[in-house]
Design a binder for this molecule. Sequence first.
Ligand code: UT7
Length: 330
Amino acid sequence: MRSIITGTGSYVPPRVVTNFDLEKIMNTSDEWIRQRTGIIERRYAESGIGSSDLATEAAKKAIEMAGLKPSQIEFIIAATLSPDHYFPGIGVSVQTKLGLASIGALDVRNQCSGFIYALSVADQYIRAGTFRRILLVAAEVQSANLDYSDEGRDMAVLFGDGAGAVVIEAYDGNDRGILSTHLFADGRFVADLWMEKPSPKDRPVFKEEYIRERRYFPRMDGRSVFKNACEKMPEAVRLALSHNQLTIDDVDVLIPHQANERITQMVAKNLNIPIEKVIRNIDRYGNTTAASIPIALDEACRNGKIKPGNIVVLTAFGSGYTWASAVIRW
Ligand code: UT7
């Protein structure tokens, strides 16, 4: 039994925020952002719109492409670091917004690697015969809580909002489908990319001093993230290829997590894969964390870059640290 992706979808909020727009609200420049990240613009959701809303729109498109009715979905897996609420996760809200009753909804919390982690969970359920049709959504609304001061500008320029979704179905042949997923983590680096507060370890959880110290905003050690992302993504891809007795020449399409154009270029160079085979859309959306791979996957499917029989490789790296790879024969 193999898992195949039968539908993809994506949705980004309509509001475009350019580097020039950011210049007006913070101390940065279009030139700095383009040179250091490759980002030209990103999307921001309006107040009142949450990750579950974006996820639901992406899900509808994926279900439609799969040729299914929402009621045929048997299980939902949702990946996000920016749920609508501290708890519960967004899977349950997506379930309700799609009008589905009582099917299970699982949230995974693996940040930029969230989509591949979720894909691996879906793949195991399908292979085990537990479910035959799973909806996987990945969505982020990050713009609401970025630090637009000098202290947080390294992160504020990077991140955007958006959602991607896939429908994964059981397939009785073995000529296509998810060939493997490999997952990794190194918790020594928790504080290198995190949102430290609010933390239920504190009494009380919300403190005036934390607001003054701007500790409710996400923070990162950009250089450490950059260095590790450039090493770990190629490592994960090499392992995945050798696991499947494939070489880099067999890869038709590589979709790395869209973290930074410079990271993508380094990953492509390290792997010695022609850049034309690498899907890149960070210029338009910035880093949409868990949603970045499924948005890129959906665009690549819809514009014909991915064709039946292609070997498609996914890889991600992010907060945790966590990183991952997946190999799919389309
Ligand atoms: O999904 C994973 C999420 N995170 C990432 O992927 C981030 C990985 N890291 C990166 O992409 C890069 O480290 C950054 C793009 C965040 C930063 O690039 P960098 O080349 O490592 O720059 P830097 O941190 O060494 O900063 C260089 C200068 C500093 O000024 P000084 O100390 O040289 O005067 C920063 O204060 O650039 C300054 N700077 C900015 N200037 C204008 C930092 N952010 C900005 C900004 N606009 N937004």
